[in-house]
Design a protein around this ligand. Sequence first.
Ligand code: NAD
Ligand code: DAO
Ligand code: ZN
Length: 377
Amino acid sequence: TPKAIECRAWVAYAPKKPLTMETVIVEPPQKGEVRVRICYMALCHTDAYTLGGEDPEGLFPSILGHEAAGIVESVGDGVTSVKPGDHVIPCYQAFCKECKFCVSNKTNLCGSVRQWTGNGIMKADSQSRFTVKNTGEKIFHFMGTSTFAEYTVVHEVSCAKIREDANLESTCLLGCGVSTGLGAVWNTAKVEEGATAAVFGLGTVGLACIEGLVSAKASRIIGVDIDPSKFEAGKKWGCTDVINPKDHPDKSIQEVIVEMTDGGVDYSFECIGNVEVMRSALECCHKGWGESVVIGVAGSGKMIQTRPFQLVTGRVWRGTAFGGFKSRVDVPKLVDKYMNKEIKLEEYITHRMNFEDLNEAFDLLHQGKCLRAVLKA
Ligand code: NAD
Ligand code: DAO
Ligand code: ZN
């Protein structure tokens, strides 16, 4: 039977404070759980958002992190889908295959562990598996993943087994941002050949949308960002046009796009988390059929608004979590696509750092200087 492990982990003790490296005790996996040695982890804006105190569900102290790849160290009772030595990607979006969400083909959400992961604990006994060695303080889990640690414990339903010939430094990105952008285009919007699109925000999620749009053979892809240093990547990924709202002070960005496209785009994607931009993204859609997908996570308490007439006249407002992918079955397929060179991954990695450098990586994220920083554990 597995024993407790001592390892290093980054603990978030309070909002807006740098993370603290601690030696933590990671309890053995209980029934239905998997203990994973994290090999590579990336930072996503949602980690910064929770650390910034913006997340109404954010708990402290906690171990953040939800974009990672690793190797199964041990499994608890009843676990059948993975075994020690398997390569895995922890998934914040679980897939139990049995609940009413999982059996529906209309959603990728899952109800099996949500009430525990939302409270930072594990389902088997409603406890955390993390304790700080020096103080004995219990530390909450985050999003059911807590990947800013050398070892973590996840529910089996949140653990996607992937092929072993794929390098984990790259595939860790499939735990969130890249998968989300691709899936928003393929699963949520179901963009068809020849369609026109606008992508707001040219970070990793926006670029992944662009990659999805290129593969769907969109005829026009308009990238929008207020930071002109993002345009080079936007064009490299496949934007046909890039525009900066700041270059059009006398017009709203939706007016600019409507004029450029004879009435608006067929699809738009908000990849920022700004509710004003969500409105622009909806209103730049073509009357009668244009669809806008909200991907960005807005600050707590923020509300979206538009005139109802925008919807009455046929525009559609949608949203997506993890790009609509049913995590445990779809993530391994995305790894196959990567191995077949059908999707990029390395191209999103702008910084390679060590586990010790997490706070510096957060600084880069805040300065808008990186797409993905990947840390080796
Ligand atoms: P990022 O910070 O790398 O990219 C955001 C981009 O938006 C930047 O290039 C920035 O310059 C640009 N931007 C900021 N304000 C703007 C404005 N007013 N107009 C135009 N451009 C503007 O972030 P990311 O990692 O690509 O993530 C994007 C968003 O997606 C975040 O809110 C993140 O939390 C969210 N997200 C959601 C899901 C999901 O499942 N729904 C998954 C992953 C990430
Ligand atoms: O309530 O069942 C649910 C799903 C909650 C998780 C959805 C998160 C979507 C956005 C996450 C941002 C990227 C990590
Ligand atoms: Zn389920």
